[in-house]
Design a binder for this molecule. Sequence first.
Ligand code: AVI
Length: 326
Amino acid sequence: MTNPTAHKTNEVISARVASAARAGLGARPKGLPPWLFYDAKGSRLFEQITELPEYYLTRTEREILSAHAGEMIARAKDGMRLRIAELGAGTADKTRLLLAAAVAHQETVLYEPVDVSASALRAARERIEQEIPGVTVAPQHLDYTQGLELEPTREGERRLVLYIGSSIGNYEPREAVRLLERFRAGLVPGDWLLLGVDLVKNEETLLAAYNDAAGVTAAFNLNMLTRLNRELDAKFDLETFTHRADWNRAKSRIEMHLVSRIAQRVRLQALEFEVDFGEGESIHTENSYKYAHGEPEAMLTAAGFTPLESWTDAQGWFAVCLARRQ
Ligand code: AVI
């Protein structure tokens, strides 16, 4: 996931950051939206998270894709030509497996990375065109959370949309279905969605993934306050906040928090706004939902897709689901 605001002017970014900060820090309990993580530094930290030994998500999904990419492409192709869109250009590392499988089946493939960050799109284009002959990259500069306004496919073509990396897990389940419905609205019957979803597993493994020993996730979480300091002239003293990740079993989600070690008042100068924290009071910065086997398929069905097949790893930790747009 890259910074969802990067294409906007600085004033618009600040206005969006400002209203998120005012609303979130003024609320009880306090919260800030996870899109605030992804400034340039936060995006780099997220890439580091994906390489951590504790962060099983990325390597498990990669393992599933490397074992089954050929099958996934063959199922979706079904005698047609595929073009492949990816929501969130990311580092496109796992995408490479699917693109290579598509090239093996149909010699060439059009790849449409969709992102609001122009720099992420540029990077994806350079990497993919250089590394996989037969792939033509057509970057789509848009905010996919608002819907998919993509060029219509041609006669004999089907679009396969990739929404991998378990980004769906950062939405409340009901909001996740609404997001999938918006994707559906931008597709035509017969198109496909490939969805990557993290699954429930033992608590120890879940907690370790969001509490890594090297402290990268803590730095990622705390960077949100650095961003507010820079963009809103806020006066957060990072030494007085700590990262915390909890497993909320009842809601089946990891919750990330920034906890104030002390009672304090913090000024957000640009907003002429002050926030009081009690000792131990937290700002809730992210939810990462973990689904049970079968739930991703139920969510896809609720959003108007027909699940065709799901693949998982040997431990059943992560699912990649292929579903057809009805
Ligand atoms: C982007 N998303 C799927 C990540 C997750 O695991 O929920 C974001 C993240 N937060 C902390 N570590 C990674």
